[in-house]
Design a binder for this molecule. Sequence first.
Ligand SMILES: *[C@@H]1O[C@H](CO)[C@@H](O)[C@H](O)[C@H]1NC(C)=O
Ligand SMILES: *[C@@H]1O[C@H](CO)[C@@H](O)[C@H](O)[C@H]1NC(C)=O
Ligand SMILES: *[C@@H]1O[C@H](CO)[C@@H](O)[C@H](O)[C@H]1NC(C)=O
Ligand SMILES: *[C@@H]1O[C@H](CO)[C@@H](O)[C@H](O)[C@H]1NC(C)=O
Ligand SMILES: *[C@@H]1O[C@H](CO)[C@@H](O)[C@H](O)[C@H]1NC(C)=O
Length: 220
Amino acid sequence: MRIISITWLFLITILTILCIRTIPVYSICLEDKKSLLLQLKNSLKFNPAISVRLVNWTPSNGCCGWKGVTCDQAGHVLVLDLNSESIFGGVDESSSLFRLQFLECLNLANSSFIFTQIPSSFCSIISLKYLNLSNAGFFGQIPIELSLMTRLVTLDLSTLYFPGIRSLQLQNPKLSTLLQNFTGLTELRLDGVNISAKGSEWCQAISSSLPNLSFEPVQL
Ligand SMILES: *[C@@H]1O[C@H](CO)[C@@H](O)[C@H](O)[C@H]1NC(C)=O
Ligand SMILES: *[C@@H]1O[C@H](CO)[C@@H](O)[C@H](O)[C@H]1NC(C)=O
Ligand SMILES: *[C@@H]1O[C@H](CO)[C@@H](O)[C@H](O)[C@H]1NC(C)=O
Ligand SMILES: *[C@@H]1O[C@H](CO)[C@@H](O)[C@H](O)[C@H]1NC(C)=O
Ligand SMILES: *[C@@H]1O[C@H](CO)[C@@H](O)[C@H](O)[C@H]1NC(C)=O
């Protein structure tokens, strides 16, 4: 089997609008959310000399004003952007991250979760619309549980491929199984993922499951 590297680019900017819409930074920080975020910070390993967001999360101020955190007016965390925060090690299935029930956008791209699998608990963030684990260091089989995230609009699991380095795999579940519930997906990036499906198979999987995907295969 060989790596089939595919990329679909998007046209629709629903996500951009969703993630960038102006939300007052003065939203009241709900204590339970603050506690979840601080638990998350304490459970993650990161380099404080490189981190610009996590390192500045301190209990003394409201969590909705923390860098990388955006809340809605009620104080629920909507966006968590922790890309390039030098996070390394793993993220636990029981991480408080997975209890941020209102989270819509999560970016953990460019981390070093080296040699750990993608936790299946991501699926418990049921409101998630944007999930970016690009170059996050995860490897191994992509968990079938991700297919329960039926509200996803953007999914980025792309990774730079280096021969000899274990990559993310889509064999069991295969591509069509993973995608079947992602009816609202408009952007999917799987560059560098080791996919067992042949060209015709993934084409079929995509056209039957993802009516709204805007895509442009880059390399087959
Ligand atoms: C893709 O996965 C298959 C099955 O695990 C493996 O045999 C193959 O070597 C992998 N391909 C690459 C390029 O890593
Ligand atoms: C990835 O994160 C590191 C910090 O860990 C940063 O120095 C680097 O510029 C980031 N790379 C990209 C492509 O964002
Ligand atoms: C994922 O995050 C990386 C780093 O922030 C960014 O370069 C990339 O464009 C993002 N992917 C999507 C689909 O937004
Ligand atoms: C698709 O979603 C339904 C309900 O949300 C779920 O019962 C089913 O297991 C999902 N399919 C897969 C392959 O996960
Ligand atoms: C696809 O997009 C159209 C137009 O934006 C929308 O009406 C429809 O609900 C979308 N379908 C799904 C399954 O999200």
